[in-house]
Write a protein that binds this ligand. Sequence first.
Ligand code: MG
Length: 218
Amino acid sequence: MLIIFDLDDTLIDTSGAVTPFKMRCCLQRLVEDGLTVHDLDVAYKELLAIDAVSPKSQESILSFARQEGFDLSKVARALAELKTPLPFDFKIPTTPCAKEILAFFHSTHTLALVTGGYPPFQREKMEKAGLDSAIFSRIAIPEDSVKKPFYSHLAKEFSMVPDQIWVCGDRVEMDLIPAQELGFKTVHMRWGRGARGAKSDKVDYSIASLPELKRIIL
Ligand SMILES: [Mg+2]
């Protein structure tokens, strides 16, 4: 059996650790590039509030800049902050028991990682969370976050039929619907952005923490 994991807010606590840090960097960059704010902390809270209901960090920055009447032609440097390396000693926590759960399933299942984003930054986050990339038989990092072709490719590569394949991720539309369309089984990890809103009825299973996988994937 093959289990395909997502990275951000599934194996690592991106929204708890990385997003707030990056949002502050972006805000500082906007201010350097001419955004006028009366109170930096108030502006930061506003940006986080926008991000809380936004599908992507990039869109949060754009919405915030638009709302503040900022010239969008000057937003590029702030957006670039989202991809710049983190400080050397920056630590990213995993979601609870992520390493243990990967080790548990590694002995009996093939594991793969399909994560959307800028590849060097995705790899850096894995390292800073102390996740051993060798535990995954394959790692794919589609920069545009379109995962379906990678899911199909993995099925072929490991010669698995759809009902032998599980996908676990926090984004229903991005991670799980494409998997479901291929006939894979889906587990919604309700963490970070995925923790907000109602439970989705479009997925096979819904969990609040990874250890729950032990009773679902046998
Ligand atoms: Mg994710």
